[in-house]
Structure formats: structure tokens, C-alpha cells
Ligand binder design. Structure first.
Ligand code: MG
Ligand code: MG
Length: 250
């Protein structure tokens, strides 16, 4: 079931979203060679809790940490660990969720550690721009396939591939709600978009092929060919006018 949120609910989601943005800001400032992904997890956890919110991912389906920290060929769901330290030239995707006053916010971004390759830079930039290409279509009267197709076309034009096995999602009282928000598809198809729909749009893109697999820990998703992967996500609301980004500082 797709839930339509009232203006009051969307205002609450903006509060949850702002806490996610504050946590991203703190983590992004701490990223450097030598820091462990567990330290980054603690930084995000502390920001979320200090604002009276709860980390959405902690305990979700048994996930053991507050953020996902996914380095290089790890696509999503990397588990923070004191044994995993960042190295110069790595890229790291940070995914953060916060639950506040009954609603979730969910946002991800990929960051470089020191100097990174031109390919890595372009991959990170493409994930972000593909997100905006998709969101530009998240308007009243358009269809989900318009969002999906815009993302896919942008990414493939740059010579990268779109992950198929994981998709964006509705968000609100639950972290994952209907509908699914694929990052690939056909314009003019799928659910019609209505004001009050709140969705997490989140392209996951690979420098090589789109195929991925889950590691033995049951969480860590990696590219099959070992290529780099980047992720960009905000929770957004469809409105009567411009799409509204929820997971931002204001
Ligand atoms: Mg996320
Ligand atoms: Mg998400």
C-alpha cells in the first residue's frame, strides 16, 4: 500500500531528515585515511542520539550498526568495523537513517578519501547527478518509470551500470514502504506519482557490470567483477510543485 502523507507528516519527516543530514555532515568531515568505519559509525550514532532520534538501521533485520559503510567494490550494506580502516584513494559510501517523532529519514552519499582517481570522481559525480535527473521527474502526474528511466539513461550515457538487485523505496512511518523505486525502467510506466508520496530515490552505480552478490556475512553487497561502486540517496516528497528534498539541513 502506498501511503500519502499530510503536510503535517511531511514537516515531521523534514525533522527526521535534517537529523540524517547533520549526521552525514559530521561523518563527511571525519573521513580521512586511517579512521575506522566503526569510528564513523560512532560519530553518526552520537549525532542521531544527541538530537533525540534513533538510528533507523540499528537492529533493522538484525543489522548490527547505525550506518552502512561501503568501501570501493562494496555497493551497499557494509558493516562498520574497528578492523576496517580507510586508505588514501578509497571511496566510501555512507548510508544513514534516523527515526524521529514517528518518521524515518534515509540518505546516502559516496565520499573520496584524499586523492582519488578520475574514474572514481566521475563515478561519484554520476551517482549524484543521476539522482537529480530522476528527481526532476518526481512530479505530480508523472509515473515512477519516468524517474527510473531518467536515472538509468543518465548513468549509462556516462558508461557506468545501474545495480538491478536493489532499489529505492517508499519511506515514512516505516523505513521501507511501498512503492519500489527502481533505478532502471521505462518512461510512462509504473505507479502514477501523487503529492504526499514520500520516497527514497537511490541510484547505486558500478564502474563495471551491474551484477552484484551478497557476502557470507549476509549483508555486504559487492560488485561481482570487483569494480568500484557509488551510491547517492535522499528521501524526497512529491508535492504540487517542485520535488522536496527531506534529508537536508535547513
Ligand atoms: Mg539508505
Ligand atoms: Mg534507502
Amino acid at each position: 500500500m502506498i501511503t500519502i502523507k499530510s503536510a503535517k507528516e511531511i514537516a515531521k519527516m523534514q525533522k527526521a531528515g535534517e537529523i540524517v543530514a547533520l549526521a552525514h555532515n559530521a561523518v563527511s568531515k571525519a573521513i580521512c585515511a586511517g579512521i575506522s568505519t566503526e569510528e564513523l559509525d560512532s560519530i553518526a550514532h552520537d549525532v542521531i542520539v544527541s538530537k533525540g532520534a534513533t538510528p533507523s538501521f540499528l537492529g533493522y533485520g538484525g543489522f548490527p550498526k547505525s550506518i552502512c559503510a561501503s568501501i570501493n567494490n562494496v555497493v551497499i550494506h557494509g558493516i562498520p568495523s574497528k578492523d576496517i580502516a580507510l586508505k588514501e584513494g578509497d571511496i566510501i559510501s555512507i548510508d544513514i537513517g534516523a527515526y524521529y517523532d514517528g518518521y524515518h529519514g534515509d540518505s546516502a552519499a559516496t565520499y573520496g578519501v584524499g586523492e582519488i582517481t578520475d574514474t572514481a570522481k566521475l563515478l561519484i559525480e554520476t551517482a549524484k547527478k543521476a539522482f537529480y535527473a530522476g528527481v526532476e521527474n518526481a512530479r505530480q502526474g508523472q509515473r515512477m518509470g519516468d524517474v527510473s528511466a531518467a536515472i538509468q539513461q543518465y548513468v549509462e550515457k556516462k558508461g557506468f551500470s545501474i545495480v538491478r538487485d536493489f532499489v529505492g523505496h517508499g519511506i515514512g512511518k516505516a523505513l521501507h514502504e511501498q512503492p519500489e523505486v527502481p533505478n532502471f525502467g521505462t518512461a510512462g510506466t509504473g505507479h502514477r506519482l501523487y503529492p504526499g508520496m514520500t520516497i527514497a530515490v537511490e541510484p547505486m552505480i558500478n564502474a563495471g557490470g551491474w551484477e552484484v552478490k551478497v557476502e557470507k556475512d549476509g549483508w555486504t553487497v559487492v560488485t561481482i567483477d570487483g569494480s568500484l561502486s557509488a551510491h547517492y540517496e535522499h528521501s524526497i516528497a512529491v508535492t504540487h510543485g517542485e520535488p522536496l528534498l527531506l534529508t537536508v539541513e535547513r
